[in-house]
Structures are given as structure tokens and as C-alpha cells.
Design a protein around this ligand. Structure first.
Ligand SMILES: [Zn+2]
Length: 381
């Protein structure tokens, strides 16, 4: 008997925006959904219990990092990633490709795969579609990704070659996959070129993955270019399967993505901002809590926010923790920032279900016109 552990159900739409449920072996994912990033099998400074309290439904972990340290086989021996990190809700792993191209120190790409030097210990490693799939099977996430090549967005000839690799590697990932309790998503590439994007989306759609991902965005292109690509994706990718926009998650990009038919997002932004002593707010933009203006400020980060941090702690206390280099600062700021994005996505989902997107957009219009949108400025680690 064939078990069908994954199915996607669309509940409602408004324009291109969709509200749905993706059923997985570790529970239902209400979509649109925002996934906090736990690069090293840990969402930095946050316990799984706190993630549950925030009602995070999905987290992302990075194959490249876990393969290099502590090793996918060790994680498999200890029961897989869910058991290892004590997270029983859905997990998504990337294929390692993006990190190989952005982090590894020395790499050479050939039609069969990529050889690279570890950024941790300098060791030589090789990833192929088969190897990336095997590592992700050892890790055991619910959603796993095809091995792909992400090229700079404007270099047409390099993108054409990367697309060729990405397409043949997608077929090889499908062929080498052996577990039926993981959903393998294909990845569309093609930079900012509409014809290449359309070609890639058709090719990947034809392979009939249970879900499709949009790679190679938020890597230096303009907002308008990203939006054009997303509209092409919405026209070409199958409506009845989830779409995942990889590595995108500023408030503005989330809203613009949902409005163009994206269902799944992930981004390091909320926890990375927290480690830079910054909080996301909708009215005031980015608050850099290290500023002396907050030294005696009795107000919470955001008076309208229902998170644990805003319910109990003043800006003055948070600034004190930062100045005293207390670790609790990162935890409390991460709780607020994660809550802000998770709540934003919950609100937009409810608006799609209720067909009240116009009212939602009016409420959040200050985000969309980017006046407060410099959340990503000077984030280096
Ligand atoms: Zn808050």
C-alpha cells in the first residue's frame, strides 16, 4: 500500500495570495508559514519550548553545517534531527548548495557535483545530488530540497550553466531518494531573466515534485525584479502544490511574496537582528536598543505586541542587559522578533481566509512602502 504522508489543501485565495494547509508526518503546517532558521540544529538563543510558545510551526536547518559538524551519520544514529534537537513539529532542510556557494572556501563545480573546502577545518569535501539527498535522509527532515546551483542574478551565461546543473541534479535527486516520509522539493533558478525563469519553472514542474521552491532571489536583485520573477512563478508553477521562497523574510518581502502566491518562507533576520541588539517594530521601524535614548525608557519594545518580552520587560531593562553583555538580551530580543514575523504571517493568513486582505494591507502599508524597511542594514554575521 502506498502511504501518502504529504498533501496540500488550499482553503481560500484572494488575488494570487493563498491560505492552505500542508499535511506532513510531523503535523499540519498552516500556510503561509514563516520558518525560523536553526542553522546548527538550534534557533540561536531560543529553546524548543520557547518556539512552541511562539507557535512556530516549521523550522529550517542547514545541511551544509550539519554535514560538516557533527555529521549526518551521527545525527541518524541518535535518532534523526527531530530527536536530536527535541523538535517534534515539521523541519525543513536545505540541500547544502547555497552554503557551498556562499561559505565554502575553495570550490570547483562540474556537471556531476561540487568539490569544496570546509570553512571550519579546511577539509576537502564533495557534494553531489545523490550525496546531498543521502545526507538529508540521514537528518530526516519532513521537507528536503533538491541540490541546486545558485549563480549571481545578472550573469546570464553563468545562470544558464547553473540552470543546466540544477535541472539535471533535480532529476538525480528524485532518482536517488529512498524514504517516502520526506517531501523532496525541486528548486527553480534563472536569475532575474523572465525567459530563463519560465523555462526553469516548466522543467521543475514537469518533474512532479510534491512542492516547488524558488531559489536565487534576495541575492542582490531589486524588489521590482523579485516581484516580476514571483509573478512568473505563480503563473507557471502548479497551483495545487506548495511554493517555498528560499531565504526571504523581511516583513516587506514576506507580504510581497504572499501577495504573489508564495506559501513558505524562511529567514535568519529575526534572530540575527536580535544578536545585533535590534528589535523589529511596525510603528518605529528598527529599534537599536543599545542607543542611550533607551537608558531610562520604561516602555516595552512595542506597546501593541503580545510577546513574552513586551509583556514583561522595558526598553531600559533590555538595554541594561545589552550593556552588561547578559545572554538573556539575545533571548528576549529573539522572542520579540520571531513573534513579530510569526504574528505578521498569521495575520495575513487570516486575512486571506476572511477575504480581508485590503484591510490588512492598509494596516501594514508602512512596511510595504519601505519607509521603515531598513531592517537588514549592517547585519554582518
Ligand atoms: Zn514583543
Amino acid at each position: 500500500m502506498t502511504v501518502q504522508p504529504f498533501s496540500f489543501q488550499l482553503l481560500n485565495r484572494q488575488g494570487r495570495a493563498r491560505a492552505g494547509i500542508f499535511h506532513t508526518p510531523h503535523g499540519d503546517l498552516p500556510t503561509p508559514v514563516f520558518a525560523p532558521v536553526g542553522t546548527q540544529a538550534s534557533v540561536k538563543a531560543i529553546t524548543p519550548a520557547q518556539l512552541i510558545e511562539l507557535d512556530a510551526n516549521l523550522i529550517l536547518s542547514n545541511t551544509y553545517h550539519l554535514y560538516l559538524r557533527p555529521g549526518d551519520e551521527l545525527i541518524a544514529e541518535l535518532g534523526g534531527l527531530h530527536e536530536f534537537m527535541h523538535w517534534q513539529r515539521p523541519i525543513l532542510t536545505d540541500s547544502g548548495g547555497f552554503q557551498v556557494f556562499s561559505l565554502a572556501e575553495k570550490r570547483s563545480i562540474d556537471p556531476d557535483g561540487v568539490t569544496f573546502r570546509s570553512h571550519i577545518d579546511g577539509s576537502i569535501n564533495r557534494l553531489t545530488p545523490e550525496k546531498a539527498t543521502q545526507i538529508q535522509e540521514h537528518l530526516g527532515a519532513d521537507i528536503i530540497m533538491a541540490f541546486d546551483e545558485c549563480a549571481p542574478p545578472y550573469d546570464r551565461s553563468q545562470i544558464e550553466q547553473a540552470m543546466e546543473h540544477t535541472h539535471s541534479w533535480a532529476e538525480r535527486c528524485l532518482q536517488s531518494k529512498s524514504r517516502n516520509d520526506q517531501a523532496l522539493f525541486g528548486i527553480v533558478q534563472g536569475g532575474i531573466f523572465p525567459d530563463l525563469r519560465e523555462n526553469s519553472a516548466r522543467f521543475i514542474s514537469d518533474l512532479n515534485f510534491p512542492g516547488n521552491a524558488i531559489g536565487g532571489l534576495s541575492v542582490g536583485e531589486t524588489k521590482a525584479e523579485m516581484q516580476t520573477v514571483l509573478e512568473i512563478m505563480d503563473d507557471v508553477l502548479p497551483q495545487e502544490k506548495p511554493r517555498y521562497l528560499m531565504g526571504v523574510g523581511t516583513p516587506e518581502d514576506l507580504i510581497n511574496g504572499v501577495l504573489r502566491g508564495v506559501d513558505i518562507f524562511d529567514c535568519v533576520l529575526p534572530t540575527r537582528l536580535a544578536r545585533h541588539n535590534a528589535a523589529m517594530t511596525w510603528q518605529g521601524g528598527r529599534l537599536n536598543l543599545v542607543n542611550s535614548s533607551f537608558a531610562k525608557d520604561p516602555l516595552p519594545i512595542d506597546g501593541d505586541c503580545q510577546c513574552y518580552t513586551c509583556q514583561h520587560f522595558s526598553r531600559a531593562y533590555l538595554r541594561h542587559l545589552i550593556m552588561a553583555k547578559e545572554m538573556l538580551a539575545a533571548t528576549l530580543l529573539s522572542i520579540h522578533n520571531l513573534h513579530a514575523l510569526i504574528q505578521l504571517v498569521r495575520d495575513i493568513r487570516q486575512a486571506i481566509v476572511d477575504q480581508t486582505l485590503d484591510a490588512f494591507l492598509l494596516k501594514y502599508s508602512q512596511l510595504i512602502d519601505t519607509k521603515n524597511g531598513d531592517f537588514t542594514k549592517d547585519l554582518i554575521d
